[in-house]
Design a protein around this ligand. Structure first.
Ligand code: SAM
Ligand code: SF4
Length: 338
């Protein structure tokens, strides 16, 4: 391995002077659910197993990225908990010098079974995706009947100390908007951070339309019907792009994430790694930079490092999803890593 030392002048920064300190890693495109806004029911072109990065390849990449300023890592998918060996992988990620914030996004189906070992691996926090508390609607949305498993998973994560447990609800007009208040109320008696996410445009069967997207401002108004919302500004729990509020005396809080109506590109600090080894510069851009080839052809760390710098420099200033030039991404969230 070639010599590289941490050099504060040589950290990952993009062309707009944004510091890149966050890597979101998809470890699989496989999933045990089929959410209508994310994956088709069948006929999915799965990535060939041979093309999926091995854990040791990802670990090497993260080690190199950590020397250049990446300190936050989120593991996602597809559904990350379906990939074998994830616990040992997380332990290794957690032991990388410089990585001090390790988290995971999951649909929660396997969380009740795995929360204890996930916490023991060094994982700090989980985000659990949950869009409906009504069994029939949950089933329609995910094409699975696992609502009970997910709710048990939330409790297990809380019990295991994976805190704060964040719940991600994607709000879709005429589908689950009537549950915004029920979700907001969950933050009163539980220490959950309930985050409402605007429905984003990907090329899926559900067919995104702008009028299906309820803005964060509208969601906030609806949440305010329960009780006044007080802004939260501390930085505990890796707030990221969420605008945070809470009800007075609530155990948890509420977050509003507005990629569509009010983008937060100016403070974007992340790169994404797909399961097949492409670095993506923006969730809404099809620009991909291959790193798998260099991870497999005996290249030195300095080559991988250059690829990371190239990806950072190619980050676009912002997304264009509200403009005519915007073309929906060819990959869906299950392939990019949400
Ligand atoms: N399977 C895991 C899960 O569901 O949490 C991790 C991967 S999933 C692709 C990550 C997140 O992307 C989920 O919270 C999901 O709701 C979100 N997502 C997928 N498609 C979306 C869309 N069109 N708009 C908004 N969020 C979306
Ligand atoms: Fe699977 Fe997550 Fe996509 Fe749902 S959102 S299909 S759980 S990857």
């Amino acid at each position: 391995m070639d010599e590289m030392t941490k050099d504060s002048d040589n950290m990952l920064v993009d062309g707009y002077r944004r510091k890149i300190d966050y890597l979101r890693i998809s470890i699989t495109d496989r999933c045990n659910l089929r959410c209508v806004y994310c994956m088709p029911a069948e006929g999915i072109d799965l990535i060939k197993s041979a093309n999926i990065l091995r854990y040791e390849e990802i670990i090497r990449l993260v080690r190199i990225a950590a020397r250049r300023g990446v300190s936050k890592v989120r593991v996602t998918g597809g559904e990350p908990l379906v990939r074998k060996g994830i616990i040992d992988f997380l332990s290794e990620l957690n032991s990388i010098e410089g990585v001090n914030d390790l988290s995971l996004t999951t649909n929660g189906v396997l969380l009740a079974k795995m929360a204890g070992e996930l916490a023991a691996s060094g994982l700090k926090r989980v985000n659990v995706s949950l869009d409906s508390l009504k069994p029939d609607r949950f089933e329609k949305m995910t094409r699975g009947d696992n609502l009970g498993d997910v709710l048990n998973g939330l409790k297990a994560a809380e019990g295991a100390g994976l805190s704060p447990v964040k719940i991600n609800m994607v709000v879709i007009k005429d589908f689950n908007e009537d549950e915004i208040i029920d979700f907001a109320r969950m933050s009163i008696d539980n220490p959950y951070h309930v985050r409402f996410i605007e429905y984003m445009p990907f090329d899926t069967e559900a067919g995104w339309q702008k009028d299906k997207c309820i803005s964060a401002a509208e969601i906030k108004n609806i949440c305010s019907e329960v009780a006044p919302l007080v802004p939260v500004s501390d930085t505990k729990g890796g707030a990221g792009p969420a605008r945070r509020f809470k009800y007075a005396h609530a155990k948890g809080e509420i977050g509003l994430i507005s990629p569509v109506s009010d983008h937060f590109c100016g403070s974007c600090n992340r790169l994404r790694l797909t399961a097949d080894g492409k670095l993506r510069t923006c969730l809404f851009s099809d620009k991909e930079i291959d790193v798998r080839t260099s991870l497999r052809d005996g290249s030195e760390d300095s080559v991988i490092e250059k690829i990371l710098f190239q990806a950072a420099i190619e980050k676009p200033e912002r997304h264009y999803i509200n403009e005519n030039v915007f073309k929906r991404c060819s990959r869906t969230m299950s392939l990019i890593g949400g």
